[in-house]
Design a protein around this ligand. Structure first.
Ligand SMILES: [Zn+2]
Length: 423
């Protein structure tokens, strides 16, 4: 009897191993949702309700987003060996990709085929490493943690990377204020996975494998352009796969993305799998949009989100992640390589005044001599000479967005980005 039980357990073990070793999807988001829903009937109901709310918002607020928002990111680097403990610069390279892809500033946007050029969208969402922790103290937005084990996956133990239990992973920062991204070695074949809005806050965020995060360091072809994170954050903001995770008649809940009967791989620009595309396209039969970030095409092939996807992301933010609209009111951004890390918070302090979103800048041991502010396009929006240790930047006439401030003292040059986000 004992031997038979052992035999059974052995095959169960082999089956679990096989599941882990033969993961055929490069994105595990739908599997994660399925597992969460299988364990939780209430969640099934809640996700249906969430979908209704998203649809309702889209219907009533088409194209309405107040202004560009910035989402502060905390990156948890969970590494097993030192090679996987990726550099700050590699992390910044991923932030830069997100800011290009979500503002349609990616240089390869010229590869979007003419048929899709008019529906390609600037999502008007920006990202930065959080420079402010939950207590208002300075942080780089990067957490590093060594972990025992070999690979992380979706199966056993479920989402272990997102918890410090047993010394395995790293706990999320408040998921209503920060986008938590865990970078860790995932089982071979799995590039990343995300949790949809509306699911459990304790495990909310995005997981990306070490070899597909950013554009330098540990990245491996063909995932060298940081598009795994662009794709997974799309899910985190409510987007489904462009083929609707099923045959032609399944939906991604977005009108302007052509139907497709399966995911793409590589970059097959001739792929056209469905005749009846959508009400948006009418009788016209566009090819499958393999350049969409929500397909499975390789990184170099992807270059666009659509206007319909933009509406859906803003609907998800307004209905299911509304705290993202104001989270930057009491936070600032850290940029790797922009010298801020050379100055301790003993030397310079920058913080927004919440009521009107003006900023105070204080040098603790020197006088500020001049202060210059640039917008994202590099245009100077403000400049003044000062001879004092502290000054207030009045943002009353500024559009919301990210600005780079350059503070000169007699001996030093301080550069930091600030986010202006007024109501
Ligand atoms: Zn996906």
């Amino acid at each position: 009897m004992k031997n038979i039980l052992l035999f059974v357990f052995y095959f169960m073990f082999l089956y679990t191993q096989a599941q882990q070793n033969n993961f055929s999807e490069k994105c595990g988001t739908m599997h994660l949702l399925e597992m969460h829903q299988n364990n939780n009937l209430q969640l099934q109901v809640k996700m249906l309700e969430s979908e209704k709310n998203i649809q309702h918002w889209i219907k009533n607020n088409k194209g309405r987003n107040k202004s560009v928002i910035t989402i502060p990111i905390v990156v948890h680097v969970v590494y097993v060996n030192n090679n996987q403990n990726i550099s700050d610069e590699q992390i910044q390279s991923q932030i830069d990709v997100l800011n290009a892809d979500y503002r349609r500033l990616n240089t390869d946007k010229v590869n979007t085929r003419p048929v899709f050029d008019t529906i390609a969208a600037d999502i008007e969402i920006e990202f930065c490493l959080a420079a402010t922790d939950t207590n208002g103290n300075f942080t780089t937005g990067i957490i590093r943690k060594q972990s025992p084990g070999e690979f992380f996956g979706l199966f056993t133990p479920l989402d272990a990377v997102k918890s410090s239990n047993g010394g395995i992973g790293s706990d999320p920062w408040p998921t209503d204020q920060y986008l938590n991204i865990w970078v860790c070695p995932l089982i071979p074949g799995l590039l990343g996975y995300a949790q949809f809005p509306g699911d459990n806050p304790a495990t909310d965020g995005v997981v990306i494998t070490t070899n597909a995060f950013g554009t330098i360091g540990t990245v491996q072809p063909p995932s060298t352009k940081g598009r795994t994170a662009t794709h997974e954050i799309g899910h985190w903001l409510g987007l489904r796969h462009i083929w609707g995770d099923g045959p032609c008649d399944s939906t991604d809940y977005v009108d302007d993305t052509p139907n497709a009967d399966a995911s793409s791989s590589g970059c097959d620009l001739n792929k056209n799998t469905c005749v009846n595309d959508s009400t948006f396209w009418g009788n016209f039969n566009p090819p499958d949009m393999v350049e969409n970030f929500m397909d499975y095409s390789e990184d170099a092939c992807m270059n666009a989100f659509t206007k319909g996807q933009k509406n859906r992301m803003w609907a998800a933010i307004n209905t299911l992640r509304p705290t993202l609209l104001t989270t930057m009111n009491n936070k600032s951004c850290y940029t790797v390589g922009v010298h801020f890390h050379e100055f301790s918070s003993n030397e310079i302090q920058i913080f927004p005044i919440p009521a009107d979103n003006n900023f105070t800048i204080t040098l603790n041991e020197e006088f500020i001599q001049s202060l210059t502010v640039y917008n994202l396009l590099g245009e100077m929006v403000f400049s003044k000479n000062i001879n004092s240790s502290s000054t207030v930047i009045d943002t009353q006439h500024w559009k919301n967005g990210i600005y780079t401030i350059n503070v000169k003292s007699e001996n030093k040059n301080f550069i930091q980005k600030i986010a202006v986000n007024k109501h």
